[in-house]
Design a binder for this molecule. Sequence first.
Ligand code: PLP
Length: 393
Amino acid sequence: MKLSKRVLNMSPSPTMAITAKAKEMRAKGIDVIGFGAGEPDFDTPCHVKEAAKRAIDEGFTKYTPPAGIPELRKAVADKLKKENNIDYDPSEIVITDGAKQALFALMLSVIEKGDEVIIPAPYWVTYPEQVKFAGGKPVFVETKEENNFSLTLEDIKPAVTDKTKLLILCTPNNPTGSVVDKDELEKIGNFCAERGIIIASDECYEKLTYDGFKHVSIASLSEKIKSITVTINALSKAFSMTGWRVGYAAGPKDIINSMIKINSQSISNVNSIAQKAAVAALTGSQEFLKDWLKAFDERRRFMVEKLNEIPGVKCLLPKGAFYAFPNVKELIERAGFKDDFQLADYLLEKAKIAVVPGTAFGMPGYLRLSYATSMDNIKEGLERFEKAVEELL
Ligand code: PLP
Protein backbone atom coordinates (compact mmCIF):
# COMPACT_ATOMS: atom_id res chain seq x y z
CA MET A 1 0.00 0.00 0.00
CA LYS A 2 1.33 3.45 -0.87
CA LEU A 3 1.31 5.55 2.27
CA SER A 4 1.36 9.32 2.35
CA LYS A 5 4.69 11.16 2.47
CA ARG A 6 3.30 13.00 5.44
CA VAL A 7 3.01 9.85 7.51
CA LEU A 8 6.15 8.21 6.13
CA ASN A 9 8.08 11.24 7.37
CA MET A 10 6.74 10.80 10.87
CA SER A 11 8.74 8.73 13.38
CA PRO A 12 6.92 6.71 16.00
CA SER A 13 7.38 7.87 19.59
CA PRO A 14 10.71 6.40 20.82
CA THR A 15 9.74 6.72 24.48
CA MET A 16 6.59 4.72 23.91
CA ALA A 17 8.64 2.17 21.95
CA ILE A 18 11.11 1.70 24.84
CA THR A 19 8.28 1.32 27.37
CA ALA A 20 6.62 -1.23 25.07
CA LYS A 21 9.90 -3.13 24.65
CA ALA A 22 10.42 -3.31 28.43
CA LYS A 23 6.82 -4.51 28.89
CA GLU A 24 7.33 -7.14 26.21
CA MET A 25 10.51 -8.42 27.91
CA ARG A 26 8.67 -8.53 31.24
CA ALA A 27 5.84 -10.53 29.65
CA LYS A 28 8.47 -13.06 28.57
CA GLY A 29 9.52 -13.43 32.18
CA ILE A 30 12.64 -11.22 31.93
CA ASP A 31 13.03 -9.06 35.02
CA VAL A 32 13.36 -5.63 33.41
CA ILE A 33 13.23 -2.41 35.39
CA GLY A 34 11.69 0.35 33.32
CA PHE A 35 12.96 3.91 33.60
CA GLY A 36 11.16 4.94 30.44
CA ALA A 37 7.78 5.80 31.96
CA GLY A 38 6.31 9.19 31.22
CA GLU A 39 3.55 8.77 33.76
CA PRO A 40 3.21 8.79 37.54
CA ASP A 41 3.13 5.34 39.13
CA PHE A 42 0.35 6.46 41.52
CA ASP A 43 -3.28 5.56 41.07
CA THR A 44 -5.84 8.11 39.86
CA PRO A 45 -7.37 9.68 43.01
CA CYS A 46 -10.50 7.90 44.30
CA HIS A 47 -12.86 10.88 44.03
CA VAL A 48 -11.98 11.19 40.35
CA LYS A 49 -12.74 7.53 39.70
CA GLU A 50 -16.00 7.87 41.63
CA ALA A 51 -17.07 10.78 39.42
CA ALA A 52 -16.47 8.63 36.35
CA LYS A 53 -18.54 5.79 37.80
CA ARG A 54 -21.33 8.24 38.55
CA ALA A 55 -21.20 9.56 34.99
CA ILE A 56 -21.68 6.04 33.65
CA ASP A 57 -24.52 5.27 36.07
CA GLU A 58 -26.26 8.52 35.19
CA GLY A 59 -26.01 7.75 31.49
CA PHE A 60 -23.55 10.53 30.68
CA THR A 61 -22.30 8.45 27.80
CA LYS A 62 -23.20 10.37 24.65
CA TYR A 63 -21.49 12.86 22.35
CA THR A 64 -20.55 16.14 23.97
CA PRO A 65 -19.84 19.48 22.24
CA PRO A 66 -16.49 19.30 20.40
CA ALA A 67 -15.18 22.12 22.61
CA GLY A 68 -15.86 20.05 25.72
CA ILE A 69 -18.71 20.14 28.25
CA PRO A 70 -19.48 23.66 29.55
CA GLU A 71 -18.92 22.49 33.13
CA LEU A 72 -15.37 21.40 32.35
CA ARG A 73 -14.52 24.50 30.30
CA LYS A 74 -15.64 26.57 33.27
CA ALA A 75 -13.65 24.41 35.71
CA VAL A 76 -10.57 24.97 33.55
CA ALA A 77 -11.21 28.73 33.39
CA ASP A 78 -11.57 28.83 37.20
CA LYS A 79 -8.42 26.78 37.64
CA LEU A 80 -6.41 29.04 35.32
CA LYS A 81 -7.64 32.09 37.21
CA LYS A 82 -7.02 30.68 40.68
CA GLU A 83 -3.80 28.76 40.18
CA ASN A 84 -2.17 30.53 37.25
CA ASN A 85 -3.54 34.04 37.56
CA ILE A 86 -4.76 34.16 33.95
CA ASP A 87 -8.22 35.38 32.99
CA TYR A 88 -9.74 33.21 30.30
CA ASP A 89 -13.40 33.09 29.43
CA PRO A 90 -14.68 29.49 29.04
CA SER A 91 -15.22 30.31 25.36
CA GLU A 92 -11.43 30.71 25.05
CA ILE A 93 -10.88 27.12 26.20
CA VAL A 94 -11.02 23.84 24.30
CA ILE A 95 -10.96 20.41 25.92
CA THR A 96 -8.62 18.04 24.14
CA ASP A 97 -7.52 14.44 24.08
CA GLY A 98 -4.58 15.09 26.40
CA ALA A 99 -1.97 17.78 25.89
CA LYS A 100 -0.67 15.88 22.89
CA GLN A 101 -3.80 16.43 20.84
CA ALA A 102 -4.04 20.04 22.03
CA LEU A 103 -0.60 20.63 20.54
CA PHE A 104 -1.52 18.77 17.38
CA ALA A 105 -4.70 20.79 16.83
CA LEU A 106 -2.78 23.99 17.57
CA MET A 107 -0.09 23.20 15.01
CA LEU A 108 -2.64 22.25 12.38
CA SER A 109 -4.44 25.53 13.13
CA VAL A 110 -1.54 27.97 12.81
CA ILE A 111 1.28 26.43 10.75
CA GLU A 112 1.43 27.11 7.03
CA LYS A 113 3.77 25.15 4.78
CA GLY A 114 7.33 26.33 5.35
CA ASP A 115 6.63 28.16 8.61
CA GLU A 116 9.43 27.79 11.12
CA VAL A 117 8.81 26.58 14.63
CA ILE A 118 11.45 27.05 17.30
CA ILE A 119 11.87 24.00 19.47
CA PRO A 120 14.33 24.24 22.36
CA ALA A 121 16.44 21.09 22.68
CA PRO A 122 16.42 18.75 24.39
CA TYR A 123 12.75 18.51 23.57
CA TRP A 124 9.78 16.27 24.12
CA VAL A 125 9.91 13.78 21.23
CA THR A 126 6.49 14.64 19.84
CA TYR A 127 7.04 18.33 19.03
CA PRO A 128 9.14 18.03 15.85
CA GLU A 129 7.03 15.22 14.46
CA GLN A 130 3.84 17.22 14.86
CA VAL A 131 5.45 20.34 13.39
CA LYS A 132 6.58 18.40 10.31
CA PHE A 133 3.18 16.73 9.98
CA ALA A 134 1.57 20.15 9.93
CA GLY A 135 3.95 21.25 7.12
CA GLY A 136 6.23 23.34 9.31
CA LYS A 137 9.98 23.30 9.73
CA PRO A 138 11.38 22.55 13.19
CA VAL A 139 14.23 24.88 14.11
CA PHE A 140 16.15 23.60 17.09
CA VAL A 141 17.93 25.76 19.61
CA GLU A 142 20.06 24.10 22.26
CA THR A 143 19.67 24.90 25.91
CA LYS A 144 22.90 24.65 27.84
CA GLU A 145 23.84 22.18 30.52
CA GLU A 146 25.94 24.87 32.25
CA ASN A 147 22.72 26.87 32.52
CA ASN A 148 20.83 23.86 33.94
CA PHE A 149 19.18 23.45 30.52
CA SER A 150 17.01 26.44 31.34
CA LEU A 151 15.87 28.25 28.18
CA THR A 152 16.95 31.88 27.77
CA LEU A 153 15.99 34.57 25.29
CA GLU A 154 19.60 34.58 24.10
CA ASP A 155 19.25 30.88 23.10
CA ILE A 156 16.25 31.74 20.95
CA LYS A 157 17.31 34.99 19.27
CA PRO A 158 19.77 33.61 16.67
CA ALA A 159 17.13 31.16 15.39
CA VAL A 160 14.45 33.77 14.71
CA THR A 161 13.73 34.67 11.08
CA ASP A 162 10.81 36.34 9.33
CA LYS A 163 9.36 32.85 8.87
CA THR A 164 9.25 32.10 12.60
CA LYS A 165 5.64 31.36 13.47
CA LEU A 166 5.70 29.54 16.75
CA LEU A 167 7.88 28.94 19.79
CA ILE A 168 7.36 25.87 21.88
CA LEU A 169 7.98 26.47 25.52
CA CYS A 170 8.03 23.57 27.94
CA THR A 171 8.62 24.40 31.58
CA PRO A 172 9.01 22.34 33.75
CA ASN A 173 10.75 20.48 31.01
CA ASN A 174 10.65 16.96 29.68
CA PRO A 175 13.32 15.49 29.47
CA THR A 176 15.61 17.66 31.60
CA GLY A 177 13.33 18.71 34.48
CA SER A 178 14.63 22.26 34.00
CA VAL A 179 12.45 25.27 34.71
CA VAL A 180 12.38 28.83 33.37
CA ASP A 181 11.97 31.60 35.92
CA LYS A 182 9.62 34.57 35.73
CA ASP A 183 12.19 37.14 34.59
CA GLU A 184 13.35 35.05 31.67
CA LEU A 185 9.74 34.21 30.74
CA GLU A 186 8.99 37.92 30.66
CA LYS A 187 11.91 38.58 28.33
CA ILE A 188 10.91 35.70 26.04
CA GLY A 189 7.24 36.72 26.11
CA ASN A 190 7.91 40.37 25.27
CA PHE A 191 10.30 39.42 22.47
CA CYS A 192 7.72 37.09 20.90
CA ALA A 193 4.88 39.56 21.37
CA GLU A 194 6.84 42.28 19.55
CA ARG A 195 7.38 39.96 16.59
CA GLY A 196 3.97 38.28 16.61
CA ILE A 197 5.49 34.87 17.30
CA ILE A 198 2.91 32.57 18.87
CA ILE A 199 3.98 30.79 22.06
CA ALA A 200 2.73 27.29 22.74
CA SER A 201 3.24 27.01 26.48
CA ASP A 202 3.19 23.35 27.47
CA GLU A 203 2.61 23.37 31.23
CA CYS A 204 1.89 19.67 31.78
CA TYR A 205 4.35 19.41 34.66
CA GLU A 206 3.45 22.69 36.37
CA LYS A 207 2.50 21.02 39.66
CA LEU A 208 5.60 18.86 39.84
CA THR A 209 8.28 21.25 41.06
CA TYR A 210 10.79 20.96 43.89
CA ASP A 211 12.97 22.98 46.24
CA GLY A 212 10.23 25.59 46.61
CA PHE A 213 10.20 26.57 42.93
CA LYS A 214 6.79 27.93 41.86
CA HIS A 215 5.75 27.56 38.24
CA VAL A 216 4.72 30.75 36.47
CA SER A 217 2.46 30.72 33.40
CA ILE A 218 3.89 32.96 30.71
CA ALA A 219 0.38 34.15 29.72
CA SER A 220 -0.08 35.59 33.21
CA LEU A 221 2.73 38.11 32.73
CA SER A 222 0.88 40.70 30.61
CA GLU A 223 -2.10 41.14 28.31
CA LYS A 224 0.32 41.56 25.41
CA ILE A 225 2.00 38.23 26.12
CA LYS A 226 -1.34 36.54 26.75
CA SER A 227 -2.57 37.69 23.34
CA ILE A 228 0.11 35.60 21.54
CA THR A 229 0.13 32.61 23.90
CA VAL A 230 -1.76 29.35 23.87
CA THR A 231 -1.57 27.77 27.31
CA ILE A 232 -1.62 24.00 27.12
CA ASN A 233 -2.07 21.60 29.98
CA ALA A 234 -3.52 18.22 30.86
CA LEU A 235 -4.71 16.21 33.79
CA SER A 236 -2.36 13.40 32.76
CA LYS A 237 0.64 14.05 34.98
CA ALA A 238 -0.79 16.11 37.85
CA PHE A 239 -3.69 13.75 38.55
CA SER A 240 -2.15 10.53 37.27
CA MET A 241 -4.77 10.36 34.52
CA THR A 242 -2.60 9.55 31.50
CA GLY A 243 -5.00 6.94 30.17
CA TRP A 244 -8.11 9.05 30.59
CA ARG A 245 -6.97 11.45 27.86
CA VAL A 246 -8.06 14.85 29.06
CA GLY A 247 -6.16 18.02 28.35
CA TYR A 248 -6.97 21.55 27.33
CA ALA A 249 -5.78 24.67 25.58
CA ALA A 250 -6.61 28.27 26.39
CA GLY A 251 -5.79 31.16 24.13
CA PRO A 252 -6.92 33.70 21.54
CA LYS A 253 -10.46 32.98 20.38
CA ASP A 254 -9.67 32.54 16.69
CA ILE A 255 -7.07 29.88 17.42
CA ILE A 256 -9.29 28.11 19.96
CA ASN A 257 -12.25 28.16 17.55
CA SER A 258 -10.06 26.62 14.89
CA MET A 259 -9.00 23.89 17.30
CA ILE A 260 -12.64 23.24 18.15
CA LYS A 261 -13.39 22.92 14.43
CA ILE A 262 -10.56 20.37 14.13
CA ASN A 263 -12.04 18.45 17.07
CA SER A 264 -15.44 18.46 15.44
CA GLN A 265 -14.02 16.87 12.29
CA SER A 266 -11.56 14.47 13.91
CA ILE A 267 -12.07 13.26 17.48
CA SER A 268 -15.64 14.72 17.82
CA ASN A 269 -15.12 15.14 21.55
CA VAL A 270 -13.09 13.89 24.47
CA ASN A 271 -14.66 10.86 26.17
CA SER A 272 -17.74 12.10 28.04
CA ILE A 273 -17.01 10.06 31.17
CA ALA A 274 -13.42 11.27 31.36
CA GLN A 275 -14.65 14.87 31.06
CA LYS A 276 -16.86 14.40 34.13
CA ALA A 277 -13.91 12.86 35.96
CA ALA A 278 -11.79 15.85 34.98
CA VAL A 279 -14.33 18.25 36.51
CA ALA A 280 -14.03 16.30 39.78
CA ALA A 281 -10.24 16.42 39.55
CA LEU A 282 -10.04 20.15 38.92
CA THR A 283 -12.64 21.15 41.50
CA GLY A 284 -11.80 18.56 44.19
CA SER A 285 -9.13 18.31 46.84
CA GLN A 286 -5.50 18.16 45.71
CA GLU A 287 -4.17 17.06 49.09
CA PHE A 288 -2.88 13.82 47.53
CA LEU A 289 -0.29 15.87 45.63
CA LYS A 290 1.66 16.55 48.82
CA ASP A 291 2.40 12.84 49.25
CA TRP A 292 3.20 12.41 45.58
CA LEU A 293 5.60 15.34 45.61
CA LYS A 294 7.29 14.06 48.74
CA ALA A 295 7.82 10.66 47.12
CA PHE A 296 9.04 12.20 43.83
CA ASP A 297 11.40 14.49 45.70
CA GLU A 298 12.98 11.61 47.67
CA ARG A 299 13.39 9.55 44.53
CA ARG A 300 14.80 12.53 42.62
CA ARG A 301 17.50 13.16 45.19
CA PHE A 302 18.35 9.50 45.54
CA MET A 303 18.50 8.88 41.80
CA VAL A 304 20.68 11.88 41.05
CA GLU A 305 23.06 11.06 43.91
CA LYS A 306 23.44 7.45 42.74
CA LEU A 307 23.86 8.43 39.10
CA ASN A 308 26.67 10.79 40.06
CA GLU A 309 28.46 7.90 41.79
CA ILE A 310 28.64 5.94 38.52
CA PRO A 311 31.94 6.49 36.67
CA GLY A 312 31.57 8.65 33.57
CA VAL A 313 28.09 9.88 34.56
CA LYS A 314 27.24 13.46 35.56
CA CYS A 315 23.74 14.46 36.51
CA LEU A 316 22.18 17.80 37.47
CA LEU A 317 19.48 17.95 40.11
CA PRO A 318 16.30 18.70 38.16
CA LYS A 319 13.87 21.29 39.50
CA GLY A 320 10.67 19.84 38.05
CA ALA A 321 8.84 16.95 36.32
CA PHE A 322 9.98 13.39 37.13
CA TYR A 323 13.03 12.79 34.98
CA ALA A 324 16.78 12.75 35.50
CA PHE A 325 18.86 13.58 32.42
CA PRO A 326 22.44 12.47 33.08
CA ASN A 327 25.35 13.39 30.84
CA VAL A 328 26.99 10.08 29.82
CA LYS A 329 29.44 11.39 27.23
CA GLU A 330 32.48 10.33 29.25
CA LEU A 331 31.03 6.88 29.87
CA ILE A 332 30.27 6.39 26.17
CA GLU A 333 33.81 7.40 25.28
CA ARG A 334 35.51 5.27 27.94
CA ALA A 335 33.39 2.25 27.03
CA GLY A 336 34.17 2.71 23.34
CA PHE A 337 30.50 2.86 22.43
CA LYS A 338 29.32 4.54 19.26
CA ASP A 339 26.57 6.58 20.90
CA ASP A 340 23.89 6.78 23.58
CA PHE A 341 21.72 4.27 21.68
CA GLN A 342 24.46 1.67 22.05
CA LEU A 343 24.77 2.45 25.76
CA ALA A 344 20.99 2.18 26.25
CA ASP A 345 21.00 -1.15 24.38
CA TYR A 346 23.84 -2.41 26.54
CA LEU A 347 21.99 -1.40 29.70
CA LEU A 348 18.85 -3.17 28.53
CA GLU A 349 20.69 -6.34 27.59
CA LYS A 350 23.20 -6.48 30.42
CA ALA A 351 21.56 -4.72 33.37
CA LYS A 352 17.96 -5.29 32.29
CA ILE A 353 17.12 -1.65 32.78
CA ALA A 354 15.23 0.40 30.20
CA VAL A 355 16.40 3.99 29.72
CA VAL A 356 15.81 6.40 26.84
CA PRO A 357 18.83 7.68 24.86
CA GLY A 358 19.20 11.46 24.80
CA THR A 359 19.35 11.43 20.98
CA ALA A 360 15.60 10.73 21.03
CA PHE A 361 15.21 14.19 22.59
CA GLY A 362 17.66 15.85 20.22
CA MET A 363 20.56 15.74 22.70
CA PRO A 364 23.09 12.95 22.05
CA GLY A 365 25.34 11.89 24.91
CA TYR A 366 22.63 11.82 27.56
CA LEU A 367 20.08 9.39 28.95
CA ARG A 368 16.65 10.03 30.36
CA LEU A 369 15.58 8.07 33.42
CA SER A 370 12.11 8.55 34.83
CA TYR A 371 11.74 8.37 38.60
CA ALA A 372 8.02 7.78 38.33
CA THR A 373 8.64 4.29 39.63
CA SER A 374 9.04 2.82 43.12
CA MET A 375 12.06 3.53 45.28
CA ASP A 376 12.76 -0.23 45.31
CA ASN A 377 12.93 -0.24 41.52
CA ILE A 378 15.15 2.83 41.53
CA LYS A 379 17.55 1.29 44.08
CA GLU A 380 17.75 -2.03 42.28
CA GLY A 381 17.91 -0.46 38.82
CA LEU A 382 20.74 1.90 39.69
CA GLU A 383 22.71 -0.87 41.36
CA ARG A 384 22.40 -2.84 38.15
CA PHE A 385 23.45 0.24 36.15
CA GLU A 386 26.54 0.65 38.33
CA LYS A 387 27.50 -3.02 38.11
CA ALA A 388 27.06 -3.09 34.35
CA VAL A 389 29.34 -0.06 34.07
CA GLU A 390 31.96 -1.64 36.37
CA GLU A 391 32.10 -4.63 34.03
CA LEU A 392 32.54 -2.31 31.12
CA LEU A 393 35.41 -0.12 32.31
N1 PLP B 1 3.87 17.49 26.85
C1 PLP B 1 4.92 16.96 27.49
C2 PLP B 1 6.10 17.80 27.74
C3 PLP B 1 4.90 15.61 27.88
O1 PLP B 1 5.96 15.09 28.50
C4 PLP B 1 3.76 14.83 27.60
C5 PLP B 1 3.72 13.42 27.94
O2 PLP B 1 4.70 12.75 28.13
C6 PLP B 1 2.69 15.45 26.96
C7 PLP B 1 2.79 16.78 26.59
C8 PLP B 1 1.47 14.67 26.61
O3 PLP B 1 0.57 14.62 27.62
P1 PLP B 1 -0.84 13.94 27.42
O4 PLP B 1 -0.70 12.53 27.90
O5 PLP B 1 -1.74 14.75 28.26
O6 PLP B 1 -1.20 13.99 25.99
